[in-house]
Design a binder for this molecule. Structure first.
Ligand code: UDP
Length: 315
């Protein structure tokens, strides 16, 4: 079996590449390294079954040879990244998805695209089932990501229905783990980096907004189960354990054993107030459940950040 992973040098893409190799796939990772980093897959470079190719999937995608599975994971995905890269974010979610679908069609491959809980926007239904259509501001700062992903879902369904491509959509909720960038702007890497360095921990608003956070290994297992299932989705994959951002900051501070103070900073525009996946579908259709608890997952992530050069250098 041979898989193509777009965004293969990113946080999720690199974990998918590792796991696919562990499952005896040959893997071609495509990345333009805008937010991904070859260092994320350096541990795979000696494996003859792994190939990393610099490629911007919004330009053109060409992969010689047979392909059985296309995993489309290329996109800036943290709010500060897509605020800095609004056009690239829109292009990779639209034109990039179009090219990745074209590759799958050409090769007769199964196609699975990374969609997001952001398609639910600032949700009015809680927790969010797949049947909820969402509450997204198309012209707000997050619209570039949310609408690109919503368009990507529509395009994927159109390729399924019009061209008979074997497609799947996974809606990914907040995920964390090793190989996130310390400064990618997301809450977990920010809080861990701040706690390790004894800097103030920056909680947005009063910290009462909630997220439900999933450890990366659980997510990867869910995604590959969906890929294997033949189901189209969309399917939520995430950990329904919901907590407030203030609780998250306190948990991380305690786990690190840090004396950092918690400071309150302005809440970003259109920051969703609550978020929790309804995972009934994944449970029933795949028998999938997250298995790694918050303390365990955070401890593994803190261990990664403790030795990260960007965290150590400045501390
Ligand atoms: N957040 C925060 N401090 C930070 C970074 C983020 O309080 O330094 C908040 C952010 O406003 C949001 C939550 O943490 O309410 C999760 O943000 P993240 O960027 O991790 O993910 P997303 O908003 O995409 O769920």
């Amino acid at each position: 079996m041979r898989a193509v992973v777009t965004g293969g040098a990113g946080f999720l893409g690199s974990h998918l590449c590792s796991e696919l190799l562990a499952r005896d796939y040959e893997v071609v990772a495509l990345d333009n390294f805008v937010t991904g980093n070859p260092g994320n897959v350096a541990h795979l470079s000696d494996d003859a079954r792994f190939k990393l190719v610099r490629c911007d999937v919004t330009d053109y995608v060409h992969v010689p040879g047979p392909v059985d599975l296309v995993l489309h994971f290329a996109s800036p995905a943290s709010p500060i990244d897509y605020l800095e890269l609004p056009i690239q974010t829109l292009k990779v979610g639209s034109i990039g998805t179009w090219h990745a679908l074209g590759l799958a069609k050409d090769k007769g491959a199964r196609f699975l695209s990374a969609s997001t809980s952001e398609v639910y926007g600032d949700p009015q239904v809680h927790p969010q089932p797949e049947t909820y259509w969402g509450h997204v501001n198309p012209v707000g700062p997050r619209g570039v990501y949310d609408e690109a992903k919503r368009f990507g879902e529509a395009l994927t369904m159109a390729y399924r229905n019009a061209h008979g491509v074997d497609t799947a959509l996974v809606r990914i909720f907040n995920t964390y783990g090793p190989r996130m960038r310390p400064r990618d702007g997301r809450a977990i890497p920010a809080f861990i980096t701040q706690a390790l360095r004894g800097e103030p921990i920056t909680v947005a608003g009063d910290g009462s907004q909630t997220r439900s956070v999933c450890y990366v290994d659980d997510l990867v297992r869910g995604i590959l189960a969906l890929a294997d299932s033949g189901l189209p989705g969309p399917m939520n994959v995430g950990n329904p354990r919901e907590l407030s951002i203030l609780q998250l900051a306190e948990t991380i501070r305690d786990l690190v054993g840090s004396r950092s103070e918690i400071v309150f900073i302005p809440r970003p525009t259109d920051d969703p107030t609550v978020r929790q996946p309804d995972i009934t579908f994944a449970r029933e259709a795949l028998g999938w459940e997250p298995e790694i608890g918050l303390d365990e997952g955070l401890a593994l992530t803190v261990a990664y950040f403790r030795t990260h050069p960007d965290v150590v250098a400045a501390s």
